[in-house]
Write a protein that binds this ligand. Structure first.
Ligand code: HEM
Length: 445
């Protein structure tokens, strides 16, 4: 027998709108605290279900995934205007065929082949920071990190050097992504059409990105075929399996999904390590023991369990893709609650990862919670930084290798000291960047 769904802030639409606009993450956490597994919001004709229970997340992403659409989900509508029919936003048969086509670019062996590129860019980062480490000045570490992740995605996926334009591309992506704040996607679906200053800036940024994508495709066309992602796309385009517009969307999707996410995560980890010396010491001890003074190798990156658990824990506390949405095509039931056809379903890795039902001391930074003996009995979808099922992040292994390689390199070179009084504040849009720069002093090790 289905139970009635608890309503969040019934009769208080303005308070809900305030929370959604002012602090969407806080809103998710308030919902979790007030209602636990699931709750609903109704404001006029708008309706949304918010899910915090692991088995319900699993049903949406895996068990009954065909019923939960991404593209039709009105919440992803504006994102789709930005990314078109790329893998992130396409649906059904098109999504399946694109995923099959692109999968070889993310094959385990191929990812392993990216190690040298990742290492080279990590070493360059260490070198770029050297003058600041000598002078003792504080630097905004997030800036260079973002340029580095963009350069890595350019070289590995498109066989292209994006470094000369990295700063402009990164800031254009930020300008557009900031328009996909929950406020506009959920409550004011037409807000991005207004000619406000920010919207005009976003439109200019999108035009610039389109030019960059076209130039990338053109440059790649001049070079021999290959099984890098853009090489695969060009083959499919030539064989008329993919239209030129889908190919462009795919390239833009990969540029966006592939660099901002990992850059965001690196910022959070450097901050968390700088504020948790006991964890940092364990990570450093492991790096010293496993790597010594020898060069880092791919094999060695697989022998760093402390660093891996630390990454898992950062992805728990600050998952770069912090909230997901779907739309139920037909009626369903989630953890005993009736779900009407057409319902919009929102679920946040950020919130589920802090649900006290699954995590002791959920706000604490404790990498050892991922030790096998402490993970027994935890439901699979209590932790899903890369989502799951058919739409699981295609770049998950790429991400783990990149984060491990970059961190092993920079943490061997420097200790990162946070400027006193700095307290990063998440600024959620599609991803979860920090609102402000991250000033740190780099102390050579
Ligand atoms: C910290 C790093 C990352 C995180 C936390 C992350 C997270 C996610 C999540 C949660 C999804 C699923 C969205 C949904 O279900 O609606 C996703 C999808 C996707 N991600 Fe990632 N991602 C990361 C890095 C990357 C990288 C490095 C790439 C590319 C190299 C990438 C490419 C993609 C693509 C193409 C999709 C769409 C997959 C599909 O729908 O079939 N991501 N990512």
């Amino acid at each position: 027998m289905s139970r009635p769904i608890p309503q969040y802030l019934p009769g208080k639409p303005l308070r809900f709108i305030d929370e959604l606009q002012g602090d969407p993450i806080g809103m998710f956490m308030n919902m979790l605290e007030a209602h636990g597994d699931l709750c609903e919001v109704k404001v006029g004709h708008l309706q949304g279900l918010f899910v915090f229970e692991a088995s319900a997340v699993e049903r949406v992403l895996v068990g009954n995934y065909k019923n939960y659409k991404t593209k039709e989900s009105r919440s992803y509508g504006p994102l789709q205007k930005f990314l078109g029919e790329g893998l992130v936003t396409s649906e059904g048969e098109l999504h399946l065929s694109q995923r099959r086509m692109l999968q070889p670019a993310f094959h385990r062996d191929r990812i392993a082949g990216f190690f040298d590129t990742m290492l080279q860019h990590a070493n360059q980062l260490v070198a770029q920071w050297r003058p600041a480490s000598v002078s003792g000045d504080f630097v905004d570490v997030s800036e260079r990190i973002c340029e580095m992740t963009l350069a890595i995605i350019g070289e590995t996926m498109f066989d292209a050097d994006l470094r000369p334009d990295a700063a402009r591309i990164a800031s254009a992506v930020r300008a557009v992504a900031s328009r996909f704040h929950w406020t506009s996607t959920t409550l004011l679906p037409l807000a991005e059409l207004w000619p406000t200053e920010k919207n005009l800036e976003a439109r200019r940024a999108k035009a610039f990105l389109d030019e960059q994508v076209d130039a990338l495709i053109e440059r790649r066309r001049q070079r021999p075929p290959g099984d890098d992602l853009l090489g695969l796309l060009l083959d499919a385009n030539q064989a008329q399996q993919t239209s030129t517009s889908v190919m462009r969307d795919e390239v833009l999707s990969m540029v966006v999904a592939g660099h901002e996410t990992t850059a965001v995560e690196l910022g959070w980890i450097l901050w968390l390590l700088s504020t948790h010396p006991e964890v940092l010491e364990q990570v450093e001890a492991e790096l010293d023991a496993v790597l010594g003074d020898a060069p880092i190798t791919l094999e060695k990156t697989r022998e760093l369990p402390v660093l891996t658990r630390t990454l898992q824990e950062v992805l728990r506390l600050y998952p770069a893709v912090w909230a997901l949405a779907r739309e139920a095509e037909a009626a369903d039931e989630l953890c005993g609650f009736p779900i009407a056809a057409g319902s919009r379903v929102f679920f946040s890795p950020f919130a589920v990862h802090r649900n006290p039902k699954y995590w002791d001391n959920p706000e604490g930074f404790d990498p050892d919670r991922f030790l096998p003996e402490r993970s027994v009995g935890r439901p699979k979808f209590a932790y899903f930084p890369f989502s799951g099922g058919q739409r699981k992040c295609i770049g998950d292994q790429f991400t783990m290798l990149e984060l491990t390689t970059v961190l092993a390199t920079v943490l061997r070179a420097y200790r990162f000291e946070l400027k006193e009084g700095t307290e990063p504040v998440p600024s959620p849009n599609v991803t979860l960047p920090m609102r402000d720069p991250l000033p740190m002093r780099l102390i050579p090790r």
